[in-house]
Design a protein around this ligand. Structure first.
Ligand SMILES: Nc1ncnc2c1ncn2[C@@H]1O[C@H](COP(=O)(O)OP(=O)(O)O)[C@@H](O)[C@H]1O
Ligand SMILES: [Mg+2]
Length: 293
């Protein structure tokens, strides 16, 4: 895999019982790009995200992530089903047990990828800054003994985490809300907090699932600027799912179009806008989903 691509998705297949949500999806994401995954409702966009981020284990295919100085096979990192022989190998047994208990998202996160959710998933009963600390704790393996003894390394890690949390609160303009409960924030603020939460784990690539959904035009404009800052000032690759075509065409270096679980087109915004297959897919979509070009 070349250094040029941060993510390589090959022949990805995802079945839910009889439903074939993804059927042989192949595309690459260039390092340092803002790329968009678009397509009508039900096309399979969120499912692609769920497979990439380790939320689901794909039925078939390959997902290679090139980040943190190494190549990670996302599907492999998620581990395999229990086998009888695991009971004789304590390491394999505990690895698989851990995966069963915690899922695989934190492992993919450690490999350099983070995400936000289409339906906001914050700890609403925790404060804004606590949400950012929890995200970092889930990623870094803290030594329990270090915590009890309150070692120097442990204190340093805690103060680094707090510093990083406030840094990202500054970027998303939420410093004044640090001690408010996440559930008390406005919808737009919660969306920004999710981005801060994804960023404070230092990802090389961040996947945003419909970040502009429910935002007003000025919030969308601010979001667009923020995404450019992630790319240009933090060297972060951004992959987003978005329905706001104005925003997608404005911000994306590259666009992949999904329909019925297959890639029907990919290219730059100008190619995609005029692609007959893309126009047909959107015209065939439900009311309110047409692509306004
Ligand atoms: N957990 C699941 N169980 C069963 N079917 C699912 C699940 N997640 C998604 N699907 C199905 O996969 C298809 C693609 O869904 P999704 O990826 O959410 O589409 P999009 O994000 O493009 O709107 C849909 O038919 C949806 O019903
Ligand atoms: Mg979706």
């Amino acid at each position: 895999m070349s250094q040029e691509n941060i993510l390589k998705i090959e022949n990805l297949v995802m079945h839910f019982g009889g439903i074939k949500a993804l059927n042989d999806v192949t595309f690459d994401i260039k390092r340092g790009s803002v790329s968009a995954l678009i397509g009508p409702n039900g096309a399979g966009k969120t499912t692609v995200f769920n497979c990439i981020t380790g939320f689901y284990k794909a039925t078939g295919g390959n997902i290679m992530l090139s980040a943190n100085g190494k190549e990670t096979s996302v599907i492999k990192v998620l581990g395999e089903a229990f086998r009888l022989t695991d009971f004789f190998s304590p390491i394999a047994f505990f690895q698989r047990l851990k995966y069963k208990m915690f899922g695989g998202s934190h492992l993919v996160n450690r490999a350099g990828l983070s995400r936000t959710f289409q339906n906001i998933r914050l700890f609403k009963e925790m404060s804004v800054v606590e949400n950012l600390l929890v995200a970092q704790h889930m990623r870094v393996n803290r030594n329990l003994l270090g915590g009890i003894l309150n070692t120097k390394a442990y204190k340093q890690a805690e103060s680094d985490a707090l510093e990083r949390a406030f840094y990202w609160l500054g970027v998303v303009d939420l410093v004044d809300f640090a001690n408010r409960l996440a559930g008390e924030l406005s919808y737009g603020q919660q969306r920004r907090l999710e981005i801060a939460r994804a960023m404070c784990t230092n990802p090389e690539i961040v996947c945003l699932d419909e970040p502009a959904a429910g935002l007003n035009p000025s919030e969308t404009e601010a979001l667009t600027k923020m995404i450019r800052v992630l790319r240009d000032e933090h060297n972060t690759t951004v992959l987003l799912i978005e329905h706001d075509m104005g925003m997608v065409m404005d911000i994306s270096d590259y666009i992949v179009v999904l329909d019925h679980g297959e890639v029907i087109a990919e290219g730059g915004p100008d190619d995609i806008k005029t692609n007959p297959k893309v126009i047909a897919a959107y015209l065939g979509a439900e009311e309110g989903e047409e692509m306004t070009l």
